[in-house]
Each structure stands twice: as C-alpha cells, then as structure tokens.
Design a protein around this ligand. Sequence first.
Ligand SMILES: *Cc1c(COP(=O)(O)O)cnc(C)c1O
Length: 406
Amino acid sequence: MLRAKGVILVQSIDLTAFNIIAMTARHHNLRAFANINISHLLANLANIRALHANKSMIIMLKANAYGHGAVEIAKALDGLCEYFGVASVEEGIELILAGIEKTKVIVFSGFFSKDMVQTLIDYRLIPIIHSAYQYELLDEYFQSKHAEIWLKVNTGMNRLGLSEDEFEALYTQAQSYCKPINALTHLAESESCDQSFTLKQLQCFQALIKDKSFTHISAFNSAASLLNNNDFNTNTIRIGLALYGACAAAHPLLRCTLKPVMTLHSHVVAIQSIDVGDSVGYNRQYIAKSKTQIAIVTIGYGDGYPQAAPNGTMVAINGKVYPTAGKVSMDLMAIDIGMNKDIYIGDNVTLFGNHDLLVDDVAKHIGTSSYAMLTAINPRVKRFYLTSTDAETTQSVIKDTTASTK
Ligand SMILES: *Cc1c(COP(=O)(O)O)cnc(C)c1O
C-alpha cells in the first residue's frame, strides 16, 4: 500500500516485513527500491550511546545521510542527539527548511565567502572554522546572538584544519566573541588494525586542548568510537557509517551489533537459458562454463550500483545468494542462477542490506567501500521508510499484499 509521500510503515521489522514491502513494491511495478529501516537506525543509535554514555553526539547527515535521505533521517533523529553534521550550507538549509529544530546543525566544510556567512546566521547553522581565512569572514556571525563555533585543528589528516599556531591564535581571539567554543580534529585511519597513527593524532590533539576551555571536544568518528576505550579527553563523538549499520573496520563485534539500515532491492525481469561458451552482456565479460540460466535484474549503474562489480559479485534471490554474470549495464544486470527452477520473473532480488549480504562484504568484493556504495544510490531508487509505529497501516499493507499475491 503506497501512502502519501511514498512512505510505507510496517509494524515489525523482520524478514516478513521485508517480504511484505518487497511484494508491495512488485505490485506497484517498481524496478529498484531501497527500504530504510528506522527501527534499525534507532537500535544502532542506542548501541553506540551505550558505549559512550556520557558523551554528546554529532550524527553525520552529509551526502543525503549517506544515501538514506537526509530529511527523513533527520526527522527520525531530531532531538535524539546534540548535533547533526552536514558538508555544506545547502545541506544545512535543507534540514532547517524541513523543520529540524531540536538538534543543532553544523556545517563541516562548506563556507568560503562572505555571502555564506549571512546564510549561516539566517538558518542558525554553526560553522566549523578550518582556516584562518574563514575566521576573517565571520565578523557578522560573531555579532549575532548565537555565536557558537568549532575550531578544527589539523593533526595529520592534512585535508582541512588549522595549523597548531593558528589554532592557538584563534582560540585566544575567539574568547572575546564566541560562545560556546568547541574543538575538533579528524583521524586519518581510525579503522586500521594498526592504531599507531591514530594514537599519535589523539595524543597531539590532547596536548593542544590541554589548558584551554572548550565546551565540546571531538575526534572520534564511527570506527574510533567503536574500537577505542580511552577517550583522550574528548567528550563528543561524530557518528556516520556505524549509525547506518555498516562498518569500515572488519571487527567481528561490530558486525553483529550493528543492524543494516538500507536494504537495496530489485526484481527479475527476464530469464535466459544459455549454453557452454555463450557470453553475457557488454564486452562479453562472462563466458558460460556450462549450460546455465541467467536472470536479468532491473537495476544498474544508472541507479548507483557500481559498474565496477566483477563477475561473481553476490546478490540474493528469494533468500539465496547467486553470483553476477558480466558487466553491470545502466538499467540492468545479469545473475547466474544455474539450473535453479524456483526463480520466476517478478521475484525480489536483494543487492545488499541483510545479515547474509552486508554492504560491507559486497563493497569489499567489488573493491570499493560501504561509504561509496551507500552514497552512490541515487534518486532513481525510491526509498521506503519502515517504522514500528503504525499498526493500522501494517494491516492494510498485509491485506494489499494478500490480494496481490493471489
Ligand atoms: C563524515 C565524517 C565523520 C563520520 O565518519 P564515519 O566514519 O562515517 O563515522 C566524522 N568527521 C568528519 C569530519 C566527517 O567528515
């Protein structure tokens, strides 16, 4: 049952619920769609909070909330964390216009002109100051009522950040106009098994903030928050990937604690029987070693699925995993289903997102990352937001599904 704004609500989030949504979507002839499980999002938040009980949290909503839909994710989390983090002024405006008001919005990289400063003030956006150049532009912001700032210091990432001297100087200057003043740095390889560089950065940061008074102090991203016990005098964590149920670190503990938020689905639209030596798709990158069947699925790189996926990348059809065959095309991809007779046109295909098919594992197979795979899924793929609150709708979804499967 499609409702206003294309949102489907179901009561319990388990396999049955996913099947219901999958069948409902089939009923509506959607070629590719993503379920965004808000219950899993909240469970991940609770898990991460439990590990860092006394800390503030910045939830990263940049890049459309890692492809999950920034406005919908922000609405689900408004008031449940202290800050949202976005990349640009535009991303910040989008959240404010959508009515986000309980959680404050920080702009991480995107302000570099005087014009943008007025926009920061108008939309109550909080700037991160990563260069002395930005600081010079901020006069009017300092005179506004809420002159909160974050000073970002470079401790080895060498991307954005003040030098140590600039950090000292701006800290001293900011005392007169800004309140609160917060500090952050960014880690370069927090997910690495070898934590020595991370440790070096954290010690450097710890030394820089010593003897200064900051309200919020932040260095840990998802991987660092999940892998480190010592907080190095920080009091605010910045969480992105882990909240969406993926992890950059191949840590077994993380894999079972985190629940995937996005499940990417499509459908079988055709089934081909081919012989030994026959090829599949552009440039004939797959040659059949034996007689087999190829299921053609309605998703491709035009939806944001990686074109680079090699032969043998795994997808699931009716809960069983099969390998891709040949090059991913713009709207379609091909799956080798062997001589299986239980797969039919219209069957649901899962590209990633449940525990048998984690986005982390698919990304690794392809040679990319969960970050890149999730953010690449584009607006052609309709998102459905699943929550556990609307029992009435659940009933209508179930009824609708029953009708459509007869
Ligand atoms: C995206 C981002 C984060 C969050 O990183 P995750 O690995 O997704 O948790 C933290 N800090 C900064 C500056 C970022 O840009």
